[in-house]
Ligand binder design. Structure first.
Ligand SMILES: Nc1nc2c(ncn2[C@@H]2O[C@H](COP(=O)(O)OP(=O)(O)O)[C@@H](O)[C@H]2O)c(=O)[nH]1
Ligand SMILES: Nc1ncnc2c1ncn2[C@@H]1O[C@H](COP(=O)(O)OP(=O)(O)O)[C@@H](O)[C@H]1O
Length: 291
């Protein structure tokens, strides 16, 4: 008679073994792309996919016998005993490009749109929603209060501080940050994972800290900085929007100065002089990347 903890542990081991066997079957049957599996494993290091050996994933792909798998692992500098969760940043980059070439798959990527308060991120993102429905958007969670014209579940998911804490505890965020030393904002992991697994690129509209966190976790994310035509115009837009008190505007402008100084960290800078033009530039950068 095994002790309850032992039987629970062996049941869990059986569940993981079954899950891994199913994942390998899906790849072999072409029901699932190895590339998507790797991305989902790296987004969820505690999941069953993350415990797969890289060798098992490659070996499940069509035309990849044990010799070819060993050769590929050697070329990629990845040990035959390395599990997906343990693949390093540079190894991921090499494995991603190998899989993209092998699968000829569209490179579903995270696209980050960041920029100072009131530069027009929300406006440009809305224009993209309205005119380019093929682009998927991540709906962030925030503890900020809703503004006139904003729709809960579309612009943001508005939650209380306690609910936000629970989501952090549950590991539901791909990244989160406290912005403008005030409210907290976070990117829910599950929706992003779902869109990436379906082969879609996803547009994240997040702050500088969030952009840095995403790039750390997903080095092939495409990062775009939306810049104002001038500081004066930025201040006009913030004041003109009329959604913050004078003290809150001051606080946001202090953050804006820091963010403007960091634009060189981004892959691309788009100046938002005209909303439609800026939106077209953002989408062109996303689609260039996809094709
Ligand atoms: N890190 C992070 N920042 C976010 C997220 N969602 C929105 N933000 C950023 O939070 C900041 C404040 O957003 P908001 O309250 O809408 O103010 P606004 O930038 O003045 O429109 C902006 O820089 C957003 O890009 C998120 O999920 N994660
Ligand atoms: N290209 C533009 N020209 C003039 N005003 C703009 C432009 N883009 C956005 N705005 C205005 O600037 C204000 C801030 O835009 P918003 O989208 O809320 O910025 P963010 O989401 O970056 O904080 C809004 O009143 C918006 O209508």
């Amino acid at each position: 008679m095994t002790a309850p903890s032992q039987s629970t542990a062996s049941e869990a081991a059986v569940r993981v073994r079954r899950a891994r066997a199913e994942l390998k079957r899906q790849i072999a049957a072409g029901e699932r792309k190895a590339r998507e599996l790797c991305e989902s494993a790296w987004l969820d290091p505690d999941g069953d996919a993350a415990s797969l050996l890289v060798a098992e994933v490659l070996g499940s792909m069509r035309g990849m016998g044990s010799l070819r798998t060993a050769q590929t692992l050697d070329e990629l500098g990845i040990s035959s005993r390395r599990r997906l969760r343990g693949v390093g940043i540079n190894q991921r980059r090499r494995l991603r490009s190998w899989l993209s070439n092998k699968e000829g798959a569209m490179k579903p990527r995270l696209v980050v749109l960041a920029g100072p308060t009131a530069v027009g991120k929300g406006t440009v993102a809305q224009y993209v929603r309205d005119h380019f429905p093929e682009v998927r958007h991540s709906v962030s969670t925030t503890t900020r209060t809703i503004r006139p014209g904003e729709v809960d579940g579309v612009h943001y998911e508005f939650v209380t501080e306690a609910q936000f804490d629970q989501m952090i505890e549950a590991g539901e965020f791909l990244e989160w940050a406290q912005v403008h030393n005030a409210y907290r904002y976070g990117t829910p992991k599950s929706a992003v994972e779902r869109e990436l697994a379906a082969g879609h690129s996803v547009l994240l509209e997040i702050d500088l800290q969030g952009a840095r966190n995403v790039r750390e976790q997903m080095p092939n994310a495409l990062t775009i900085f939306l810049a104002p035509p001038s500081w004066h115009e930025l201040v006009n837009r913030l004041v003109g929007r009329g959604t913050e008190s004078a003290s809150e505007q001051e606080r946001r402008l202090a953050t804006a100065r820091i963010e403007l100084a960091s634009q060189d960290e981004f892959d691309h800078v788009v100046v938002n002089t005209d909303v439609a033009e800026a939106a077209r530039e953002v989408v062109a950068l996303m689609l260039d990347d996809i094709e």
